[in-house]
Write a protein that binds this ligand. Sequence first.
Ligand code: BGC
Ligand code: NOJ
Length: 808
Amino acid sequence: MRFGHFDDAAREYVIETPRTPYPWINYLGTEEFFGLVSHTGGGYCFYRDARMRRLTRYRYNNVPTDVGGRYYYVHDGGDFWTPGWAPVKRELDSYECRVGLSYTKITGERKGIRTEVLYFVPLGTTAEVHRVTVKNTSKAAKSVKLFSFVEFCLWEASDDQTNYQRNLSIGEVEVDGSTIYHKTEYRERRNHYAVHSVNAKVAGFDTDRESFLGPWNGFAEPQVVAEGKSRNSVASGWSPIGSHQLAVDLAPGEEKTFVFVLGYVENPVAEKWERPGVVNKKPARELLARFQTTAQVDAALVALREYWTEMLSKYTVKSGDERLDRMVNIWNPYQCMVTFNMSRSASYFETGIGRGMGFRDSNQDLLGFVHLIPARARERILDIAATQKPDGSAYHQYQPLTKRGNNDIGSGFNDDPLWLISGTAAYVKESGDFGILKETVPFDNDPKDAAPLFEHLKRSFHHVLHNLGPHGLPLIGRADWNDCLNLNCFSESPGESFQTTGNRTGRTAESVFIAGLFVHVAPDYAALAEAMGFGDEARAAREHAARMEKTVLEHGWDGEWFLRAYDFFGKKIGSKECEDGQILIESQGYCVMAGIGVASGHAKKALDSVQDRLETAHGIVLNQPAYKAYHVELGEISSYPPGYKENAGIFCHNNPWVMIAETVIGRGDRAFALYKKIAPAYREEISEVHRLEPYVYAQMIAGKDAVRHGEAKNSWLTGTAAWNFVAISQHILGVRPELEGLRVNPCIGAGVPSFTIVRKCRGAEYRIAVTNKATGKPARLVVDGKSIDGTLVPYAKAGAVVTIGCET
Ligand code: BGC
Ligand code: NOJ
């Protein structure tokens, strides 16, 4: 069952009913100012950091699920309603929500009034713009009242939800004509305020929540809206809000458009005040002046569209499979951009107060995004590397506002450092910018302890070698990619964090996954070392990788598949000897991606075991059998009920590792079949089972042991986005940048007989036409009319157009 449809020409998903199984959201903003907006208008916005600079309040896991947002209420002769249906939930004669690239447009109609609200953040702007059009579709003249509504957050989102003894006394605003200024804490240490304005004369306003709603009412029944009359309240403590009232008189067929702006403004500390107690409004006025007319807003929207058109033109496919095309051309890269900006901070599942930017997460996000904006990827790499510690280990997370490593979480996740090599290599392949390796980057943000970026990569690589366990495999530390495999944690106290608790500090627990990751990054690391002129280091790296590969086959192989780890006591994890958790997915995918056991047939065996033991109709589960009981020596993985999350859930992030692995052994049919199981556009028809947005990936789909098998959770902010893009675009469709040239070697199986790809890279454009006979053999290429040996197309000069014929 569907709740909407894709409109590919408009690059939109059109939600046709407000009664979706769960709020289906979108993200506004591409640079510094971001908003989340659901299909009813719920959500919130912030400047750069969802925890430290939150403009509007949001209550997570609320009842009902999605209340609180930027709302527009229509009061029409005693009747009142909201165009997104919720929060008022008065029935609409028509409803539609268009989820677009960095904008959302909600249209509701009731009793002859149609109201359309378009939400977006213009480029180069620290504000949301809401273009609200009210149209009289009836045959009689109408006088309606339009009320805006936002509830301000007192900036620090965590404190805002907890510290009421203080917070209920500090709220302050100023009102100046049609503009409301939220200035809580501006009198002391803040030099920023929020501004909420409309480009028309208001008939009234409110800034005090209780005055607007009435003491006993919620967002569904604001007293001011019900009565059709603002109170002109000025907040003093309690909960500041912003609400404007507009009188809208409409002849039959007439429409009027208003522009609302909700923005973030900073003043230099010395210029905070206009006069004592009155905030300096100059920058706010400048911001508002840019969005005074509908023409200005429409131009900003066109600019945003062009921004996306340009970005999405970097990789496009025409395959005849519309679901594949819309994933690759529109929605998957779009989600990659969102994960790049948000990391795991703010969604409807992540509260934006718990986690900053993850070291491993951000490096992986980059893999899906680097071709879209290489310059921003560069900056990101340097920021991440600056949080690395001098011994090569890494803070697990850093705060986007300060860009500093987060001490609460600390370090000790032994896979983290290696991801920096993956991320950097991807960037250099895309851009050809070897210069980044020479950029001076501090360790632990200490400018006195700085070194070229390459030195950071070197310390990453050697951190693994300095931390090998009894079998010569890498020590796992607190955990590796699987945050829930906590082999030194031994937690018996409820509430203790599995990620930061280390009750034992053994040097025994080892990870086969990290071994696979090490072998996988080694060739890239060696090539970068060579490019730096460090031939010895490159040779040594290759030798280390070869040794590690041997170690994996010797101590990391269980007979039919790769082991996952050794625990603190040296017992196998992911072995037929185990009662539960006999096989885990991560080492199968990554070891084969790294090429381990491909020649010897181990790789094929491992992937066959994945198919036999882990695959379901909804994707590949993480482990089998699911852990039935809590194992103190395994940690969080065994804390989840069977079938959810890391305990045998379908973790969509590591499914693409298996897809890529399948292409490594030439099984394109398998790779593409696995792709289609989890790609959201292919799951649209079962939206009542999947339940989350059919246009983006979720982190997890409940596995076969779960009561709710097939149901997704935690949409949007997941490394799933980047990895699936890598799997489909680089390995299945088979076009990927390497250091020396563009690799063209599709492996998609028989389902897609021909397709064309346009790939822009390093300023040149490659037009690739593929005839796919699914031979399973390397492709044969004709480049600008000449056959070439192999599948690597040398990079052309910027500006060139290269035509490639490809037969496979
Ligand atoms: C989740 C993991 C997550 C970890 C760290 C765990 O509860 O299951 O997916 O990475 O927390 O936040
Ligand atoms: C989500 C985390 O963000 C990611 O870093 C981790 O690898 C996965 N969970 C698996 O535990």
